[in-house]
Design a protein around this ligand. Structure first.
Ligand code: ZN
Ligand code: FE
Length: 255
């Protein structure tokens, strides 16, 4: 049985995600920007937290980990590569490692770029991937620590997941990302349709940081760095995909 997914808005524009396994009662949270809204959601659902999954070391993703661990005794999972700057880990993870939450097993993907130790979690049976500040809804994370080449490799890794995977990212940056996407890909009908739906989705209280991988591939300008039309529009028809990605990332930084 797939997880029950519950999105929890935190801080300004962050999202934490609760995964609940009805078979065993296990419940995991992906990232803890702030403990209070997550505790409130757990209480409202009547769920007992068993696991805390951390994507990367930034404070807006781990700020509430210790409070939540103290309250629930949940196990904390995070990247071995960043163990020195994460809350103490019960399970230290690297590329390909298994993450068992109740009756379902997920896999760790190392997706450096935003930070060097950034990881994502893929749960194939539930068709969910938690990508935080690597692949984001209609965007990707800024390159604070890694290179453009690293981020492009990370995005390619994520693009290899099944198209019907729901990508759950760390922030709602939909407004800024939509404006940028339109500036480089105005003629894309899928992009126009997606942006047109944003206001309705926001009004309906739908989480803005989630979309299928298929939709991201069709509309996210950073995933379209290998697309011939995108390359031509940027005057980079003869350039490699990675170079086009690096250029798009620079344009967005200056946007
Ligand atoms: Zn971050
Ligand atoms: Fe963040």
């Amino acid at each position: 049985m797939p997880f029950v997914l519950h999105s929890v808005p935190c801080l300004q524009d962050n999202y934490a995600y609760l995964l609940h396994d009805e078979e065993t009662g296990a419940t995991a949270v992906v990232d803890v920007p702030d403990a209070a809204p997550i505790q409130a959601a757990l209480a409202q659902k009547g769920w007992q937290l068993s696991d805390i999954l951390i994507t990367h070391h930034h404070h807006d993703h781990i700020g509430g980990v210790e409070a939540l661990r103290a309250e629930t005794g949940a196990r904390v999972w995070g990247a071995a590569a960043d163990a020195h700057r994460l809350p103490p880990l019960d399970l230290a993870l690297a590329q390909g490692d298994r993450v068992e939450i109740g009756s379902e097993a997920g896999r760790v993907l190392e997706v450096p770029g935003h930070t060097v130790g950034h990881i994502a979690f893929h749960f194939p049976d539930s068709k969910l991937a938690f990508t935080a500040d690597s692949l984001m809804a209609l965007g990707c994370g800024r390159l604070f620590e890694g290179s453009a080449e690293q981020m492009w490799d990370s995005l390619c890794k994520l693009m290899a997941l099944p198209d019907d995977t729901l990508i759950c990212s760390g922030h709602d940056y939909s407004s800024g990302n939509a404006a940028f996407a339109q500036s480089v890909d105005a003629d894309n009908p899928d992009l126009r349709a997606r942006i047109k739906g944003f206001d309705d989705a926001r009004a309906a209280g739908q989480p803005m940081a989630q979309a299928s991988l298929a939709l991201e591939k069709a509309t996210n300008p950073f995933l379209r760095a290998g697309d011939a039309r995108m390359k031509a529009a940027l005057g980079m028809a003869d350039q490699g995909d990675g170079a086009v990605f690096a250029h798009l990332r620079q344009l967005k930084d200056a946007f």
